[in-house]
Ligand binder design. Structure first.
Ligand SMILES: C[S@@+](CC[C@H](N)C(=O)[O-])C[C@H]1O[C@@H](n2cnc3c(N)ncnc32)[C@H](O)[C@@H]1O
Length: 270
C-alpha cells in the first residue's frame, strides 16, 4: 500500500513537473532535443563522408599505388577503414588501444604502436601507408615519422602519406599541430646538407632518401559554412559542408588535403 502511494506521488510529481515547467527547464529540454537532431545530422554527414566520394577516392588513389605490394603497414590505422582493402596483407598500428581493439573485433590485423618508434625491423614492408596522422606532429616529430616509415619500407617500395592542408577547418581540431604542404616532402628529399647550405637543426641529420612520384588532391566545399555560436551550429555547418562535397560543389582550384606517393630510394640495409 505504502509503495503504491509513494509511486503515485512520484508519478504525480513527474506529471506536474512536465505540465508546470519553468522557462529555464523548457529551454533546457529544447536544447537537449536540438542536440539530438544536430548529432544525428553530424553522424549523417560523417557517414556520407566515409561512404562516399572523398574518402573512397582518397583510398582508391592510395590503393592504385600499393595494391601490388605483398606486405603493407598502415600507420595510425584508426578504426581500420584502409585495412579492409586487403585484410591478409595489411597490418595496422595505432597508439589508441580502443581503435586497435575495434580493428581486431572486425578480424583485422592491428597492434598498439607508436608511429615515431615503429616496432619493426628495417625493410619489413613493400609499402607503407599513413592517412591523416602527420599533421598532429611537430616538425621534429614529423621528420622522425617520415624517417621511420622509410626505414621499415624496403628499397624501391612505396610510401603513401595523406594529410590535411592549410584550411580554416584544419585549425578546429586541437590535436592538429601544423599543416605540411607538399613542398615539405621535396625539401625533405633534398640531398644531405651541403657545405654551402648547412642545416644546423639535428632533425636534418640522416635524411631519408625518397622521391615524390605522384600526388592527389582533395577539394574543399564551394562555400565553407562555419557557425561557431554553439556546438549544435558547428555540427550543422559540418553536415552542410559534407553535403556540398557529396554533390560536387567544391573549389576545384584549391585543396584541403592531399595524398603524396614517395618512392623509397634508399640503399639496401646491411
Ligand atoms: C584522424 S585518425 C585517422 C585514422 C585513419 N588513418 C583514417 O584515415 O581513417 C588519426 C589516427 O592516428 C592515431 N595516432 C595519433 N598519433 C599516433 C602515433 N604517435 N602513433 C600511432 N598512431 C597515432 C590516432 O590514434 C588516430 O587513430
Amino acid at each position: 500500500m505504502i509503495s503504491h502511494i509513494s509511486r503515485f506521488m512520484q508519478e504525480e510529481t513527474n506529471f506536474l513537473f512536465i505540465i508546470f515547467r519553468t522557462p529555464h527547464q523548457r529551454k533546457k529540454i529544447r536544447r537537449r532535443e536540438m542536440t539530438k537532431v544536430t548529432s544525428a545530422l553530424e553522424t549523417f554527414g560523417r557517414n556520407i563522408l566515409l561512404s562516399s566520394n572523398s574518402k573512397r577516392k582518397e583510398y582508391d588513389f592510395v590503393w592504385k599505388h600499393l595494391s601490388s605490394c605483398q606486405k603493407i603497414l598502415d600507420v595510425g590505422c584508426g578504426v581500420g577503414l584502409f585495412l579492409h582493402y586487403a585484410p591478409d596483407r595489411i597490418i595496422g598500428i595505432d597508439i589508441n588501444p580502443h581503435n586497435v581493439n575495434f580493428c581486431k573485433s572486425k578480424g583485422l590485423q592491428a597492434f598498439v604502436g607508436d608511429a615515431l618508434i615503429l616496432d619493426f625491423p628495417d625493410d619489413s614492408f613493400d609499402g607503407v601507408h599513413s592517412s591523416h596522422v602527420m599533421h598532429v606532429f611537430t616538425p621534429h616529430q614529423a621528420m622522425t615519422f617520415v624517417k621511420e616509415m622509410c626505414r621499415v619500407c624496403k628499397p624501391g617500395g612505396k610510401i603513401v602519406v595523406t594529410l590535411k592542408h592549410d584550411h580554416p577547418y584544419f585549425w578546429q581540431n586541437p590535436e592538429n599541430s601544423r599543416p605540411y604542404p607538399p613542398s615539405v616532402f621535396y625539401e625533405m628529399s633534398r640531398p644531405q646538407a651541403s657545405t654551402e647550405k648547412p642545416r644546423n637543426n639535428p632533425m636534418w641529420d640522416d635524411l631519408p632518401q625518397f622521391e615524390p612520384v605522384d600526388i592527389n588532391y582533395r577539394h574543399p566545399p564551394l562555400y565553407y559554412v562555419m557557425m561557431y555560436r554553439s556546438r549544435n551550429r558547428l555540427r550543422v555547418s559540418m553536415a552542410l559542408n559534407v553535403l556540398q562535397c557529396k554533390f560536387g560543389l567544391k573549389k576545384y582550384w584549391t585543396f584541403d588535403a592531399y595524398s603524396i606517393v614517395l618512392e623509397n630510394r634508399k640503399q639496401l640495409s646491411a
